[in-house]
Ligand binder design. Structure first.
Ligand SMILES: Cc1cc2nc3c(=O)[nH]c(=O)nc-3n(C[C@H](O)[C@H](O)[C@H](O)COP(=O)(O)O)c2cc1C
Length: 168
């Protein structure tokens, strides 16, 4: 089975998860960022990862998903600055799943975890017109520093192993 792990990662968090997933895969496998993917043809299974941007799927990710994942079975994963249990998270991750499904993929398994929120993003959020975004910014980035930590990275490995079991 030929496997690919592909991801978008602006500040490196989703890349860490992608590398953890890649590390436990067996057999023929490749890892590359979205921008280096020409086609997903020829891969039997693809792990696809991205950050949550603006409470859902960023434009670049959305465009990439619609271009590439039609008819593919995928393991989908994402990182976000908010803690996993923050109220918005299930809404944003559902938005990502909806886009992937609408783009024609079958999601075999899904994983999400917190990633460090960069100071640059926090500054942007603090200056946003939307009071909800400013409210989120007021929580700061301290709780996210160092994420994804080893605990979350191990969870990502478990996600990859479980996903491959489902594919057997
Ligand atoms: C433009 C932009 C918008 C973001 N919007 C959200 C958001 O709505 N909710 C959230 O929890 N994190 C948000 N984040 C934080 C990222 O999802 C988080 O830091 C993620 O781990 C970044 O992954 P990366 O390092 O792979 O790019 C945003 C980040 C950026 C750059």
């Amino acid at each position: 089975m030929k496997l690919l792990v592909t991801y978008r990662s602006v500040t490196g968090n989703t890349k860490k998860i992608a590398e953890a997933v890649f590390g436990v895969l067996e057999g023929e496998k490749e890892i590359k960022p979205f921008r280096d993917v020409d086609t997903l043809e020829g891969y039997d299974f693809v792990f696809v990862g991205c950050p949550i941007e603006f409470f859902g799927v960023g434009k670049t990710t959305k465009k990439w998903l619609y271009k590439h994942i039609q008819g593919k079975r995928i393991g989908l994963f994402c990182t976000h600055g908010a803690p996993e249990l923050a109220p918005g998270v299930p809404i944003w991750t559902d938005a990502l799943k909806d886009v992937a499904t609408d783009a024609g993929a079958e999601i075999v398994n899904f994983f999400n975890c917190q990633g460090e929120l960069s100071q640059k993003v926090l500054d942007m959020m603090s200056a946003d017109d939307d009071p909800y975004v400013r409210k989120l910014a007021s929580f700061g980035r301290d709780g996210s520093i160092g994420q994804p930590d080893e605990f979350r990275i191990e969870k990502a490995r478990e996600f990859a192993r479980r996903t491959m079991k489902k594919m057997l």
